[in-house]
Write a protein of this length. Structure first.
Ligand code: NDP
Ligand code: MG
Length: 389
């Protein structure tokens, strides 16, 4: 009789977010394949408790230390280790008892635990693109040294990854990242200047966390994805292209040196790339709704409006400059998006804050990890000072 297959033990860092909850949906539907080992949240203790009671992981962590007692009390009857404080994220990432880390924390905060997992040679299903934007060279080098597979979860990068399966001997000519264009496609600065948070939070095709939704509206998300792609697939800046594809059914494409293009398609649903990453190298049968060409008789493609959505140009500048520029861009953007979400600055101010911060912070050609942290801190302080936070 064949030995029973071991379940993959999943550590979800950022389990209460959009990606985290969708990952738990995938795991719930395939509990013969997966079990939950670690769950972490920043401050949403209520949801974390609910998840912990359902999935009974080995350990949970809440970033907000004030919520430790609440978590501990709620889980007292269960055999679950309870941690608090963001510093302990790395401690959990250091556990030997998980097989895959799903890196689903938003922003720079995801870097340390992800790097820890990679340095242990763990497989990482990577949603947290900021990790690669900030310190892509160090993360990829560490992954290489410790043979840690990084499987992208970001839908565009999952698409490219899928297109590259079986093509290891074939050089990439370029990749084409598709962008929906967000809720303000076709709009001009005279419209954008008055945009408010609630409008910007309504994405036409994807339901996501607040930060990435704003990044999608400003096109910064696509810029961050260009940098993410450079590191994941070892590309030169000129090999990464963006095309606006409003329907979001072609998730991205790879062009090979014979001019042939492979695309990966499907309905816009993050559960698919999440499931692909967790199941890799196997595709898992599911009941997700199927794509129908008849429902999409017109697929459109157009050039991004670089003049209006200047974040994309700033990200390309950072992609080309290398060094700590993308780290600075990311930090300034996190501060500016946060301020926009709090109604402290306008939509177009986000770009202004990022631009001024890049101009201000000293360029470092080959930063160490400490220098990335310093650049991140300096950029945050400077961005906050111009916003007058
Ligand atoms: P959400 O804001 O929905 O969730 C973020 C998660 O991280 C939550 O669990 C949150 O906890 C936790 N968190 C927030 N801040 C911190 C912090 N400082 N330290 C530790 N944990 C923290 O984000 P998304 O799920 O939308 O996105 C997660 C990542 O995946 C991002 O990097 C995003 O760019 C990427 N991504 C997301 C996609 C999507 O469809 N949502 C698509 C492609 C990529 P709490 O709930 O307690 O605040
Ligand atoms: Mg994406």
């Amino acid at each position: 009789m064949p030995a029973a297959k071991q379940k993959k033990r999943i550590a979800i860092f950022g389990s209460t977010g959009s990606i985290g909850t969708q990952a738990l949906d995938v795991i719930r539907s395939h509990n013969e394949l997966f079990e939950v080992e670690i769950l972490t949240a920043h401050s949403n203790a209520e949801l974390l408790i609910e998840q912990a009671l359902e999935f009974e992981p080995n350990a949970v962590l809440i970033g907000d230390e004030a919520k430790y007692e609440m978590l501990k009390t709620a889980l007292v009857s269960k055999n679950i280790k309870v941690f608090a404080g963001e510093k302990a994220l790395e401690e959990l990432a250091d556990f030997n008892t998980y097989d895959i880390m799903l890196a689903a924390i938003v922003g720079f905060a995801g870097l340390k635990p992800t790097l820890k997992a990679v340095s242990k040679g763990k497989m990482v299903a990577l949603a947290n693109k900021e990790t690669l934007v900030v310190a892509g060279d160090i993360v990829m080098q560490t992954a290489l040294e410790h043979r840690a597979p990084i499987i992208p979860v970001d839908s565009e990068h999952s698409a490219i990854f899928q297109c590259l399966v079986g093509e290891s001997r074939n050089p990439i000519e370029k990749i084409i990242l598709t962008a929906s264009g967000g809720p303000f496609l076709g709009k001009k600065p005279n419209f954008l200047v008055n945009v408010k948070r609630d409008h910007a939070l309504q994405h036409p095709n994807w339901s996501m966390g607040a930060k990435i939704t704003i990044d999608s509206a400003t096109l910064m998300n696509k810029g961050l994805e260009m940098i993410e792609a450079k590191w994941l697939f070892n590309l030169k800046p000129e090999q990464v292209e963006v095309v606006i594809h409003q329907q979001s059914v072609i998730h991205s494409m790879v062009q090979f040196q014979d001019g042939s293009i492979k695309a990966q398609m499907g309905l816009p649903d993050m559960k698919l790339p999440i499931q692909y990453a967790l199941g890799f190298p196997h595709r898992i049968k599911n009941e997700f709704p199927r794509f129908s060409f008849r429902k999409y008789p017109n697929l459109s493609f157009e050039e991004p409006d670089f003049k209006t959505f200047r974040n994309l140009g700033l990200a390309i500048q950072a992609l080309k400059a290398g060094g700590n520029t993308a780290c600075v861009l990311n930090a300034a953007n996190e501060i500016a998006v946060w301020a926009f979400l709090k109604n402290r600055i306008g939509f177009l101010d986000i770009t202004a804050v990022v631009e001024k911060t890049i101009e201000k912070i000293n360029f470092i050609q080959k930063p160490s990890l400490e220098e990335y942290f310093e650049s991140d801190g300096e950029a945050r302080n400077f961005a906050a000072s111009i916003i007058k936070l």
